[in-house]
Design a protein around this ligand. Structure first.
Ligand code: FE
Length: 146
């Protein structure tokens, strides 16, 4: 990601970058999911059954999205979380494509598509953030810190 000038894990200022610019910066796979609202194949991503302890960031812009302690084992084939790191980590938008009524989850900083949210998650929230591994960057916790 060193060639992505917008990537920052500390800057929370909203980005307004168009797809033409993102296309020059992002890997093809990341661009397709993040900017064209694609979906990775179930059970194909690197995080769906991953249990590392740490933090997940937006692979497009570095925004902090989820902590591993809100991740749960889901049989759906995509990494699933019951809550976002902060209320403004993500934005929501109604999505009526493919003849379904769903709520899309977007990065709160760069507005990239991350996945969808459903009401069949575990306590305490009952929510399931169903995310694409491709648009997540995992960073393990340093030993001794949390
Ligand atoms: Fe982002």
């Amino acid at each position: 990601m060193s060639d992505n000038p917008y990537y920052s894990r500390t800057d929370t200022a909203k980005l307004n970058v168009d797809d033409e610019e993102w296309k020059k910066i992002l890997d093809e796979e990341v661009f397709y999911i993040a900017r064209k609202k694609g979906t990775e194949r179930a059970f194909s991503g690197k995080y769906w059954d991953f249990e590392g302890i740490g933090t997940y960031y937006c692979a497009v812009c570095g925004n902090k999205l989820f902590k591993s302690d809100s991740k749960f084992g889901s049989s759906c084939g995509w990494p699933s979380f019951f809550e976002a790191d902060r209320p403004n980590s993500v934005n929501y938008e109604e999505d009526y494509t493919f003849g379904m009524s769903r709520t899309e989850v977007l990065c709160g900083r760069c507005e990239s598509h991350l996945g969808h949210i459903f009401d069949d998650g575990p306590p305490p929230t009952g929510k399931r953030f169903c995310m694409n591994s491709v648009v997540l960057d995992f960073e393990p916790d340093q030993e001794g810190s949390k």
